[in-house]
Design a protein around this ligand. Structure first.
Ligand code: PRE
Length: 275
């Protein structure tokens, strides 16, 4: 099987891919951006795609949720994997001055307090992944560069960790989705089962969100998250992402929402695994 992930090797997404697909017969294929990972899956070039969806400090990974709701058709999460995230600051040597720090925007946001306190004058630059930042500074060793990345990236690209665990709080987790046509066997402990629905509400219906949420409440469905995202049409137009504990057949719920005039897009029913 081919599994696409946000590369290069030693990214956080790579760690998920390795944990979920440890068989040597599975081929892990790196792509440069989250969008490319999903597009390659859409085009049938890989069997599964692994992408980050949400971090406990910084919130949703917008590139993932927006693409899945606004652009993709019928792509479903078949599993969710939750990974503890520890951010490390690394450079080509421990004693060089640091003028510029590279990383993925999620990792930068998770480490912002540390950066403001210890490197208030450094320029911060976004990259498509943490591991790419590590690889890039290793290739530009004459520069006063540093990267924020997993410790595996320091090993992979021959870098020295100059500050450990710089994320804002110790308890830092990222949810990853495994997109696919079928539910894979994953050798990790199962925590729970969830579903994600994206709702677009009817115009000019006062209390539309309240009425939609009331349907979940009336059927006793336990919500775990609600978030609004811009529809990217007009200012003030949104879609709502709803995560709930999965409770078996939910078609009755979709039917009730649709009777209210709500458009429902199913983003998946999936087991949640812990790394
Ligand atoms: O850059 C990486 O290593 C990734 O796998 C992406 C990503 C993300 O997009 O959230 C994954 C986990 C961390 O929260 C930081 C970055």
């Amino acid at each position: 099987m081919k599994i696409g992930f946000l590369g290069p090797k030693a990214s956080f997404t790579y760690a998920v891919a390795q944990a979920a697909f440890p068989n040597v017969s599975d081929e892990l294929v790196a792509f440069d951006t989250i969008t490319e990972v999903i597009r390659n899956y859409e085009q049938g070039l890989v069997d599964f795609a692994i992408v980050p969806v949400e971090n406990s400090i910084e919130g949703s990974v917008h590139q993932t949720v927006d693409y899945l709701f606004l652009q993709a058709e019928n792509i479903c999460a078949q599993a969710e994997i939750v990974q503890p995230i520890k951010q490390q600051l690394m450079a080509t040597s421990a004693d060089k001055p640091i003028d510029k720090i590279f990383s993925h925007p999620q990792a930068i946001a998770q480490s912002l307090k540390y950066l403001q306190q210890h490197f208030p004058n450094a320029t911060i630059e976004s990259t498509d992944s943490t591991a790419y930042a590590a690889q890039f500074i290793a290739q530009n060793s004459a520069q006063n560069f540093a990267a924020i990345a997993p410790s595996a990236s320091a090993t992979e690209y021959g870098l020295t960790i100059i500050a450990r665990d710089i994320q804002e709080i110790d308890e830092n987790f990222t949810r990853f989705w495994l997109l696919g046509d079928v539910k894979p066997q994953i050798p990790l402990p199962i925590e729970t089962e969830k579903m994600t629905l994206a709702l677009t509400l009817p115009d000019n219906l006062p209390g539309a969100l309240y009425k939609a949420l009331k349907i979940f409440a009336d059927f006793g469905v336990d919500l775990t998250k609600i978030e609004s995202r811009p529809l990217k049409t007009f200012l003030g137009e949104y879609f709502f992402l709803i995560d709930a504990k999965y409770s078996g057949d939910y078609q009755y719920l979709v039917n009730a929402l649709e009777r209210l005039g709500v458009t429902v897009k199913n983003l998946g029913q999936y087991r949640v695994y812990k790394m």
